[in-house]
Ligand binder design. Structure first.
Ligand code: GDP
Ligand code: MN
Length: 377
């Protein structure tokens, strides 16, 4: 889950990192009012889930409240990499002497948090990594010990020759690691970490991604989710507790269990079709999940046929059958549905389906072949 800069800054403040104050505006009026209270130079910053806002015109310095208002007017509603700006952060403008990069991310290969720092901050770090890799220092943190003080100093020392600055940076790097750990981050980045002309370090930008699997233990962080730029189907699937990934094909798949869902998609391909989605309704017995699943699948205009493949273990086939009947009575579905049900309470399920004018296959090959054929018809 990506969070906005202003939310990431909140997490950073919580760990003690020096971050300038800031407030959110959704209208030019609000931006002007906030800027007026800060007085002097302010920065108006688009809050969207992407980097490179500066280059796209989404970060603008204003010398006074009137100019802040004008910038807010231009930035609100702006399109940045396909995302519409709905909020801006208004924050006091800082005098910048230098800009550095400090980031930490979970390295999947090493299975450990890995720091990356560079004295060449501000611009995009990918370009630095490509053109000038010696300007980046990396360090992998051993999760048994955490980030040790001398390691933080080794990173900080690469950023600043001045010992007073290096000491401040050592502290900030330690605090960044704390924020990273405490908030279940997969990535936490300060770019730029600036020095002011009087030798103070400040994090004036913040970018954070949270590992979705950590959210269950972090309700305050989970509440930071902004769904405004997520596809409707994904929001609905998450709320219903379904795993759903949209794909490019036309055979809508509704399966229980991730493994069976993968095998089903393979078989769709084997019979010459293309799956429209990965969808795992999970192992629980709940007809509502089936209703939600069918709503999501039928909302996708590229779906031409719907394939149910249920292997009843913990999932009860009769629950799935009831969900199917309920869904088809609630929503108008003019697509062909083919069903394969086998396992727990299979007999009851087949009876329910038969009573409601459906029939079911017991062979996985047959049902998939049929679904592919119907999608092509
Ligand atoms: P990003 O483009 O999305 O990474 O947004 P940033 O917040 O990093 O801003 C981009 C650039 O705008 C920074 O690297 C700075 O050069 C400049 N900038 C941002 N805030 C300030 C500020 O308070 N004062 C000054 N002088 N420049 C700023
Ligand atoms: Mn930045």
């Amino acid at each position: 889950m990506d969070i906005h800069e202003y939310q990431a800054k909140e997490l950073f403040r919580g760990a003690g990192i020096p971050v300038p104050p800031g407030e959110i505006a959704t209208t030019p009026d609000e931006a002007e009012e906030i800027a007026g209270r800060y007085g002097g130079m302010v920065v108006v910053k688009a809050q969207v889930h992407t980097g490179g806002r500066g280059k796209a015109g989404g970060v603008k310095l204003a010398k006074d409240a009137a100019e802040a208002r004008a910038h807010a007017e231009a930035i609100l509603g702006m399109d940045i990499k396909g995302l519409t700006v709905e909020k801006v952060l208004v924050t006091p403008g800082e005098d910048i002497a230098t800009e550095a990069y400090v980031g930490v991310l979970m390295d999947r290969k090493k299975q450990a948090a890995t720091f990356m720092v560079s004295p060449e901050g501000g611009v995009d770090i990918e370009a630095v990594a490509e053109e000038n890799p010696e300007a980046i220092r990396k360090l992998t943190v051993d999760p048994r010990y955490g980030l040790l003080p001398h390691q933080a100093y080794w990173l900080a020392n690469f950023l600043y020759e001045d010992k007073a600055l290096a000491r401040q940076a050592t502290k900030i790097i330690g605090q960044l690691y704390e924020a990273f750990q405490a908030n279940g981050c997969s990535m936490a980045e300060i770019n730029p970490l600036i020095t002011t002309p009087d030798g103070e370090l400040k994090a004036i930008d913040a970018k954070v991604s949270i590992d979705d699997s950590e959210l269950f233990r972090l309700p305050d962080v989970a509440a930071m989710r902004d769904t405004s730029d997520e596809p409707a189907a994904e929001i609905k699937a998450r709320e219903a507790g379904l795993s759903y990934v949209k794909l490019d094909g036309d055979v809508g798949c509704c399966v229980n269990g991730a493994g069976l869902a993968m095998a089903t998609m393979d078989l769709v391909k084997y019979y010459g079709g293309e799956p429209a989605n990965f969808l795992d309704i999970g192992g629980s017995s709940n007809p509502d999940k089936v209703v939600s699943a069918l709503e999501i699948i039928t909302a996708d205009p590229s779906v031409k046929s719907i394939l149910f493949n249920i292997f009843g273990g913990i999932t009860r086939c009769d629950d799935v059958a009831n969900g199917l009947v309920e869904a088809t009575s609630r929503i108008d579905i003019d697509l062909p549905i083919v069903i394969r049900l086998t396992g727990t309470n299979e007999e009851e399920a087949l009876q329910i389906l038969e009573d409601n004018g459906f029939s079911a296959y017991s062979s996985m090959d047959d049902v998939v072949e049929k679904a592919v054929e119907l999608a092509k018809a």
